[in-house]
Design a protein around this ligand. Sequence first.
Ligand code: LMR
Length: 338
Amino acid sequence: MKFTRRAALGIAAAVPVFGLGRAAHADPIVIKFSHVVSPDAPKGKSALLFKQLAEKYTNGKVSVEVYPNSSLYKDKEELEALQLGSVQFLAPSISKFGPLGVKEFDVFDLPFLMTDDTHARAMMASPMMADFNKKLEDKGVKPLAYWDNGAHVYTANKPLIMPDDFQGMKMRIQGSKVLEAVARQLGAIPQIIAFGELYQALQTGVVDGEDNVPSNIWTQKFYDVQKYLTVSHHGRLTYSLITNTTFWNGLPPDVRPGLDQAVAESTQFFDDTAAHDNVAALDQIKATGKMEFHVLTDDEKKAWIAKLMPVHQEMEGRFGKDFIQAVYKASGFVPPQA
Ligand code: LMR
């Protein structure tokens, strides 16, 4: 008989445990990792890689259960579940942190603030992020990494070319107050809808449109229920890989280095994957022939910027002018002159 590793494990399992140390038989620490996207989206793939690496680097002392597609919790519920300790890992969009009582992350939704990779990376690498992290830590939430998923495009059931086209449209937004202000400034009616309910909301006309990254539009098949796509790059989708602080700090010392390594490598994988997947998704959506694409011209973009910059001023009331200026500086954003 060939003595395979599986056979060895089978025999080991059948051997009485007398004399073996407790540690050898302790149940693994379970990390439940809940998320709302497809296993094929960059976040879904990175979560699965994290599972594989975390289990390998901790020699099985940790077991990771990944729950994709809102199968365990939806947007708001998963944050509550993390705080309660019912789930240990999430990677939500940072535009959804408002319900935690942390409003500062909404600032990243200021229109056109981080539309290109350079500004987004500068922001995430800036020392200012330590202040943002502290806000989460005060709520019992520990950020382990940021995963930048690129710039948003709009989809809708009618073409969105000029700002006026949004007039009266019911637009789905994530939770952020800035996104609400953006929709209102465009003359649209904003509606917060959990990502897991979005396909149906678009299909049944509860909302007329939404904004997202192409890899989500592709993996959620929004092209089946939306006819038009505008490459507008007006905002950005950033995730934070977060855990429950008490859980994290209570981990045995021999487990943490393996998990740190798994976090670092899955973050690198996410960075290597996200941009590529967004480009590929646009091609894949185009190939279905189900959506009409429009890329904003320079003049159209100027009109969008002129329409939406007042949201920056309006939000000084919410965040303070100094705070917004500090974010401009950290990201390298220069407000366009009128
Ligand atoms: C959304 O809610 O539109 C997205 O942020 C979902 C996600 O996590 O990518």
